[in-house]
Design a binder for this molecule. Structure first.
Ligand code: NAD
Ligand code: DAU
Length: 359
């Protein structure tokens, strides 16, 4: 089996669902279930013996050591993190605890487990660390996209904490020989995205008749990738990535935020028109900018294409249409997240199932 951390969050849950659709190999899913972890995301796996869920912290060394010894995974894919830039500005402590201290403790537990494996299993073992393009800092309008050799210049508490974890992963390879892989991906979007992030927030606010907040002038550029494509890239790197290497993952799809918001509004105008006949763009509201807001990210994804033959399957047009449709079809999911009801799911749905849900 493989151990996935943070597999109840946005990308982790998409990864676990995709994995179990494509593989017979089981997943041990370790997630702390912070506000961002949502077991509703994994509801379709209830009763599937290939999915073992454990509520716990990657920074709990004793728990991680016990799980590794008990389940003997052949790989670890580390998604677990605090992931929201705005939250990191308001309260950086959790970001340091999970992204830095938690990653360190996870690496140490994995190193001890890996060092004791028999030679064949030791050789085959992989630790894949999921990271972000934000570690590279910000780009001017005409600068070339980030390659894997770009200097690290993180600007927010979030990106600084992810940069620190990337450095730890690199050092655990260089010093101890731990067989690591690191991926640095651009902005994801798609189903199960928590509505604190731009695209899902715009969809749910638009449908609720609320303002659509645009930070600053709305001309900040992000490079958007459909979440399923991020998951396929991670699977490819896990299968065939060169040890100790970093792979940038992106969609070759740079867009200013305001264009993204207008695209979402146009799709909603088509699929769920407002009752008053006005367009959803009427709800756009410019608000105070994010402090230290990075102006532009762009990923040069030629290395993963050249070495591993990976390219995204979705264009932005196909991916954003699927995404908007998913939110229209899953209004209950979004309502549960907004009301907080999703946090009761653990007790109500997993109680008495025999599932390993508690450390
Ligand atoms: P998310 O916030 O939706 O999910 C994070 C998950 O990690 C949650 O389920 C949470 O409960 C869990 N978690 C948090 N702290 C934990 C801890 N100490 N121990 C165990 N579990 C813990 O995040 P996401 O958007 O799915 O991002 C997943 C990973 O991908 C992160 O490492 C993030 O930095 C990276 N990433 C995200 C994006 C993006 O656009 N969302 C892009 C590139 C990279
Ligand atoms: O680049 C990868 C990163 O993308 C990941 O590492 C992070 O985990 C993920 O959260 C995301 O970070 P961003 O800060 O780019 O995502 P967010 O959705 O918060 O914001 C996207 C852009 O939209 C950013 O320029 C800020 C802007 N924005 C965001 C919100 C929530 C707004 O203008 N209004 C908003 O209300």
């Amino acid at each position: 089996m493989i151990l996935v951390t943070g597999g109840a969050g946005f990308i982790g849950a998409n990864f676990v669902l995709d994995w179990l659709r494509a593989h017979s190999e089981s997943v041990l899913n370790l997630d702390k279930l912070t506000y961002a972890g949502n077991l509703h995301n994994l509801a379709s796996l209830q009763g599937d013996a290939r999915h073992v869920f454990v509520q716990g912290d990657i920074g709990d060394s004793a728990l991680v050591a016990r799980l590794l010894a008990q389940h003997q995974p052949r790989a670890v894919v580390n998604f677990a993190a605090e992931s929201h830039v705005d939250r990191s500005i308001h309260g950086p402590e959790d970001f340091i605890q999970t992204n830095v201290v938690g990653s360190f403790r996870l690496l140490e537990a994995v190193r001890h487990y890996w060092q004791a494996l028999p030679a064949i299993k030791k050789e085959a073992f992989r630790f894949l660390h999921v990271s972000t393009d934000e570690v590279y800092g910000t780009l001017s309008a005409d600068a070339p996209a980030f390659t894997e050799d770009h200097v690290y210049e993180p600007n927010s508490p979030y990106s600084a904490s992810k940069a620190a974890s990337d450095h730890l992963v690199r050092a655990w390879h260089h010093t101890y020989g731990l067989p690591v892989l690191t991926t640095n991906c651009s902005n994801n979007y798609g189903p199960l995205h928590f509505p604190e992030k731009l695209i899902p927030l715009i969809i749910v606010n638009a449908l609720a008749g609320k303002p659509l907040p645009i930070y600053g002038d709305g001309m900040q550029v992000r490079d958007w990738l459909y979440v399923g494509d991020h998951c396929s890239a991670i699977r490819r790197v896990l299968d065939a990535g060169r040890l100790g290497e970093t792979y940038n993952i992106g969609g070759w799809n740079e867009k200013p935020n305001i264009d993204i918001v207008h695209t979402v509004c146009r799709l909603l105008d088509e699929l769920r028109p407002r009752a008053d006949g006005q367009g959803y763009a009427a709800q756009i509201t410019y608000v105070k900018d994010r402090p230290g807001h990075d102006r532009r990210y762009a990923i040069d994804a030629r290395k993963i294409e050249r070495e591993l033959g990976w390219t995204p399957a979705e264009t932005f047009d196909t991916g954003i249409r699927k995404t908007v449709q998913w939110y229209l079809d899953n209004a209950e999911w979004a309502a549960n997240v907004q009301s907080g009801a999703y946090r009761e799911w653990l007790q109500t749905q997993y109680a008495d199932t025999g599932a390993e849900i508690k450390a």
